[in-house]
Design a protein around this ligand. Structure first.
Ligand code: 5GP
Ligand code: ZN
Length: 114
């Protein structure tokens, strides 16, 4: 999508601090980190929200999880622990409408339910 910020990052039109990349997924440091490690893991193809994931036709969620495991190892928080979160739509706190998984760690995290 031409006006999507994460599509622009995937294309290289907006710079990012890349953490991990494969054929289907890109992971990069969040621009406003909420923890010492805060990485955003996105599918390279545009999917707007979790509700748009076609669970019958795609294994993109498995690919996001596999990428998150790799990111956790790269950032050396696989053993200490981390949290993943996918915000969906307005009341879920979604601001960027390109599916993404947050990966947070590097400190003891508090109760996530706001
Ligand atoms: P959401 O609230 O949609 O789940 O999370 C969007 C996340 O994307 C936010 O944590 C925000 O800081 C991050 N973000 C928004 N724009 C950019 C950007 O241009 N670059 C990077 N690296 N992160 C961004
Ligand atoms: Zn997009």
């Amino acid at each position: 999508m031409s006006d999507c910020i994460f599509c622009k990052i995937v294309k290289g039109d907006i710079p990012c601090n890349k953490v991990y990349e494969d054929a289907d997924v890109l992971a990069f440091d969040d621009i406003h980190p909420m923890a010492p490690v805060h990485v955003v893991v996105v599918p390279k193809n545009h999917i707007s929200t979790l509700m748009e994931v076609d669970t019958e036709k795609t294994d993109i969620m498995n690919k996001l999880i596999a990428a998150a495991q790799k990111v956790a190892k790269i950032k050396k928080i696989d053993a200490s622990g981390f949290r993943t979160a996918i915000n969906c739509n307005a009341e879920g706190g979604q601001v960027v409408f390109h599916l993404h998984m947050h990966l947070l760690g590097g400190r003891k995290l508090q109760d996530p339910l706001g």
